[in-house]
Design a protein around this ligand. Structure first.
Ligand SMILES: Nc1ncnc2c1ncn2[C@@H]1O[C@H](COP(=O)(O)OP(=O)(O)OP(=O)(O)O)[C@@H](O)[C@H]1O
Length: 272
């Protein structure tokens, strides 16, 4: 399914969080959102999984305005793993994963055999089978994150929305998750802080800054030292991964002053 944000703006209490953001992820494409803290990545994702209604503009799945669908209907197409996806009740891991089927269940029916196998498969994929009977509140941050990913998968979505999905994950599970995204065939929109993981994972990257789109394109086009410096206030060296050909950023540990804007950072001045 193709996901389109068409001139989406979000204003809350007089503050503009997103300004006429237009983005597109074609069917099966992985679109990465990158940008500094507070640039609007989570706000854009919230509009997609409908935790937030845009003040102006539309979000479309193929050509259907999401606003014309019920929340339950869109939950059958869109699964989200977000910074709000926590589980406060002490369900077992197996129960939390099974909750992913909720948008598909009617009249309190139990999961059928195919759905139970779907849950087992999602738990195998995310390496949480051994935790099935544990209470989720007793899990480590990374274990809990993997359970929530399994829950999103059993939803059998066509669009997967992920806000910082590698948070808490060790490097093996980061690589496993992002490799899965590359092969799952779903339309994926993912906010990532790690620009190297974003470059390795995403077909296209959209750079946000202060609620506006700065640039969108393939990683090799977007991850230029000048753009990174302008938006993030650090100047990386960009090298090409010897095996995959994706751009990879190397940083020097020069502390940009937090009191200066990126364009005025010491790094910027040293290059003038
Ligand atoms: N409910 C709200 N009311 C007012 N301001 C808000 C609200 N939610 C978010 N913001 C502000 O909107 C801006 C964008 O927030 P958002 O969470 O989308 O940024 P982000 O790019 O995801 O940041 P991060 O990288 O830190 O996760 C921030 O300045 C944030 O403080």
């Amino acid at each position: 399914m193709r996901l389109t944000l068409d001139a989406v703006s979000v204003e809350i209490a007089g503050a503009t969080l997103l300004r006429e953001l237009s983005l597109k992820a074609d069917s099966g494409e992985i679109l990465g959102l990158i940008g500094p803290n507070g640039s609007g990545k989570s706000t854009a994702l919230r509009c997609v999984y409908r935790a937030l209604r845009p003040t102006a503009g539309t979000v479309l799945l193929d050509d259907v305005d999401l606003d014309t669908r019920s929340l339950r209907e869109s939950a059958r197409s869109i699964a989200a793993l977000t910074q709000e996806s926590n589980t406060e009740l002490d369900f077992t891991v197996a129960e939390v994963v099974a909750l992913g089927r909720f948008p598909h269940l009617h009249g309190g029916r139990a999961l059928d055999e195919r759905e139970r196998e779907l849950c087992r498969e999602a738990m195998r994929r995310t390496d949480v089978v051994h935790l099935a009977e544990r209470g989720v509140l007793s899990l480590s941050g990374g274990e809990r994150q993997r359970v929530l990913i399994a829950r999103a998968l059993v939803q059998e979505p066509e669009v997967l929305v992920l806000d910082e999905p590698t948070n808490h994950l060790d490097v093996r599970h980061q690589v496993a998750l992002l490799s899965f995204l590359r092969t799952c065939g779903l339309t994926v929109v993912v906010a990532l802080h790690d620009l190297n993981l974003a470059a390795a994972t995403c077909d296209r990257l959209a750079v946000l800054d202060a609620g506006s789109l700065v640039e969108a394109g393939p990683p090799a086009q977007v991850l230029r030292p000048d753009l990174i410096r302008r938006v993030f206030g650090v100047t990386p060296s960009v090298v090409t991964h010897p095996d995959t050909g994706t751009p990879q950023l190397l940083y020097e540990l020069i502390d940009p002053s937090p009191t200066e804007s990126p364009a005025e950072s010491p790094t910027e001045r040293s290059h003038q």
